[in-house]
Design a protein around this ligand. Structure first.
Ligand SMILES: [Zn+2]
Length: 256
């Protein structure tokens, strides 16, 4: 990806509900600390998983979570046990980033790793997964016991929303082109079911067609005669607003 796009993508991912971002500029744009975990390159540079995990633990600042990547050379279960036995209480989590060709039944692998960690007394060790994840896979893997998810492609190449801007009214005259509805409009949203009703701007507020609740107008002036007239929310505030709405949606809603 073009580096200049990273901050914008990170910002969009963060306000869309993701917990953390990894690019330095993206984190700055959002106003959070950048986060990430060790790459396979670290393990490969050491040619030894345990040495790499121990070196990471030795040099990283104490507030950086100790998350061991456990799928480089050997089986995920074996490496997860090795990491837990090497770092013990200091290990915060293991990350499984297994390539598709080796995944098998990934949910079963996660159940097995969870079991083997628990039975050895490492209940505190979280399981992070990454690689080719989308919202449907996340549900399955979450049920299997995964605690956190690294998502790249499904976010950076998310399906597009098609939209266009049209002049529909000019100095009070109706001017919409063919295929478009004339006149300035208001969008009324039901705060409970998030259903929108579009009406001519001066029409009376409608009831929600689904639950009959009072609806709220969505359009607010942002720019007037070239000047920004609204107080723009911070990324963190936008994210909270998004998450409040996402709670009311199902995975099927989000995918459509
Ligand atoms: Zn409603």
């Amino acid at each position: 990806m073009h580096p200049a796009l990273c901050p914008m993508l990170d910002r969009a991912a963060y306000i869309g509900g993701l917990d953390g971002v990894s690019s330095l500029k993206g984190a700055k744009a959002v106003g959070v600390k950048p986060t990430g975990t060790m790459p396979h390159a670290l393990i490969i540079a050491f040619e030894d998983q345990v040495k790499a995990w121990e070196a990471f633990d030795e040099v990283m600042a104490p507030d950086v979570p100790r998350i061991a990547l456990v799928d480089t050379y050997s089986d995920e279960k074996m490496e997860a046990i090795m990491a837990a036995e090497a770092l013990k209480d200091r290990l915060d989590g293991v990350r499984l980033d297994t390539p598709g060709s080796r995944k098998g039944d990934f949910a079963e692998i996660i159940r097995e790793v969870r079991w083997e960690l628990d039975i050895r007394g490492f209940q505190h060790v979280k399981i992070l997964v990454s690689g080719g994840l989308d919202e449907k896979r996340i549900r399955v893997l979450s049920e299997a016991g995964a605690d956190a998810f690294g998502v790249g492609t499904a976010v950076s190449n998310a399906p597009t929303l098609n939209f266009a801007m049209d002049i529909v009214e000019l100095e009070g005259r109706l001017t919409a082109k063919r295929g478009k509805l004339g006149g300035k409009k208001q969008v009324w949203r039901c705060p409970k079911c998030l259903v929108d009703t579009v009406l001519p701007f001066k029409a009376l507020p409608p009831q929600c067609p689904t639950c009959r609740s009072k609806t709220e107008p969505m359009l607010k002036p942002l720019v007037k005669e070239g000047e920004i007239v609204a107080k723009l929310p911070k990324p963190k505030e936008i994210r909270e607003y998004v998450l409040k709405q996402v709670e009311r949606l199902s995975v099927e809603d989000i995918s459509h």
